[in-house]
Design a protein around this ligand. Structure first.
Ligand SMILES: [Zn+2]
Length: 123
């Protein structure tokens, strides 16, 4: 499972651009639904476990219940997964490694060289 290579451009919210690439895996409708259901199950599982915690359960149970909906919705809206990637910071030219994460364009990473937020968009 190598994913699909996408050429990208990185920017730090000004006119400077630098090139790079990311490998992504796009999910189909069924996979998106699976991601959403897994998240729902995870958070509702936490909600059920929280019932056992005295006092805090008043907060935690509804919180995890709501978070379940939130992350399930976000997971469903996500187009897939970023597997890996690389670009350079347009400001300080440090290499920016794209970590494995949920795919939501634009991808953002923090530059390790100058701590700027690097926005990564499809070229
Ligand atoms: Zn930088």
């Amino acid at each position: 499972m190598d994913g699909e290579k996408i050429l990208i451009q990185a920017n730090v919210s000004d006119e400077r651009r630098s090139d790079g690439f990311v490998y992504i895996e796009t999910f189909n409708q069924t996979q998106k639904m699976q991601v959403a259901l897994r998240k729902l199950a995870l958070f509702w599982g936490l909600a059920i476990l929280s019932i056992l915690i005295p006092v805090f359960h008043f907060v935690l149970v509804p919180l995890f219940f709501a978070l379940g909906f939130f992350f399930a919705h976000r997971g469903y809206k996500s187009e897939g997964q970023v597997l890996s990637g690389s670009t350079t910071c347009p400001h300080c030219h440090t290499e920016v490694v794209v970590r494995k994460a949920e795919l939501n364009w634009p991808i953002t990473e923090i530059c390790q060289g100058c701590a700027r937020v690097v926005r990564i968009e499809k070229a």
